[in-house]
Write a protein that binds this ligand. Structure first.
Ligand code: AHQ
Length: 255
């Protein structure tokens, strides 16, 4: 196995001066090689090679990740004593849980993902019951929430920086799925479209926090290790889903 694919640029052994802001950010961005866009299951998904039940399984398992993101972000806020930062971070919760009358575009990302589920043929009850969520996916997602609960809010902010690489993965879905998976109602892809500008905004904030927090080489190297933890978490979720939903899964076990 090419382990280089799965490792960010290894932290420099010498803990002398911190890297420049530019070099630090370049090293964070170099972690893209471990992003789940490169996972074989995601590559098959975005090449249109998966069967409907496998797409439904991915949507149902990723739904658990989506519904836990606001809990993770609330944990970040609970550890943050800076009102100005909380005023920015709270937007992430509302982006997922919804705003105002919760109608239309105010419904929030969790509702939009529910609609993706319905567009693939999953009933809302099957989605919200989480009965298709595999143990390894639940474990990985819960590890993310617990990381945010137990670490300084700045470290949890850094762990969200995998979204540096998310606009491309959303764009791939929007570009390919309508022709690759014509059986998925187009309205269901709205989540991916809505997430791109929000991810860009959140990454801008997350990078500000990372640059302000990582004033030493040790913290910069810690930031890379945190990003690798989150990359591994996303990667392992696809490992679990790929293993649980093989092409020849018996009909009665298919979502
Ligand atoms: O839909 C995604 C989302 O709302 C978030 C929040 C952010 C975080 O706080 O960790 N990360 C994230 C991600 C979302 N979608 C993933 C995908 O592949 O659709 C990507 C994921 C991320 O890159 O961390």
């Amino acid at each position: 196995m090419n382990t280089e694919l799965f490792r960010c640029a290894p932290p420099h052994a010498d803990a002398r001066e911190p890297w420049s802001a530019g070099e630090f950010e370049a090293r964070l961005r170099a972690c893209e090689t471990g992003y789940h866009i490169h996972h074989p299951f995601n590559q098959r998904l975005n090449r249109g090679e998966l069967q409907p039940f496998q797409v439904r399984a991915w949507v149902a398992n990723r739904f658990y990740y989506q519904v836990k993101i606001p809990e993770k972000d609330a944990a970040v806020m609970a550890n943050c004593d800076d009102r100005a930062e909380r005023r920015r971070w709270v937007e992430r919760i509302l982006d997922h849980d919804g705003r105002g009358d919760f109608g239309g575009s105010n419904a929030g990302g969790i509702e939009a993902w529910s609609r993706l589920g319905e567009a693939t043929g999953l009933r809302r009850e099957a989605l919200w019951s989480h009965r298709h969520v595999r143990a390894g996916v639940r474990f990985a997602v819960d590890a993310y929430v617990n990381f945010a609960r137990n670490r300084p809010w700045e470290e949890a902010a850094i762990s969200s920086l995998t979204e540096m690489f998310a606009p491309k993965i959303h764009a791939d879905r929007l570009a390919g799925w309508p022709t690759l998976y014509p059986w998925i109602e187009a309205e269901g892809l709205g989540y991916f479209r809505s997430r791109i500008p929000l991810a860009t905004r959140d990454v801008e904030h997350g990078l500000e926090v990372a640059h302000r927090w990582c004033t030493t080489r040790a913290r910069q190297e810690r930031a890379i290790a945190i990003l690798q933890f989150k990359l591994d978490l996303l990667w392992s979720m696809l490992d679990v889903i790929e293993n649980a939903y093989p092409d020849d899964l018996p009909m009665e076990s298919r979502p």
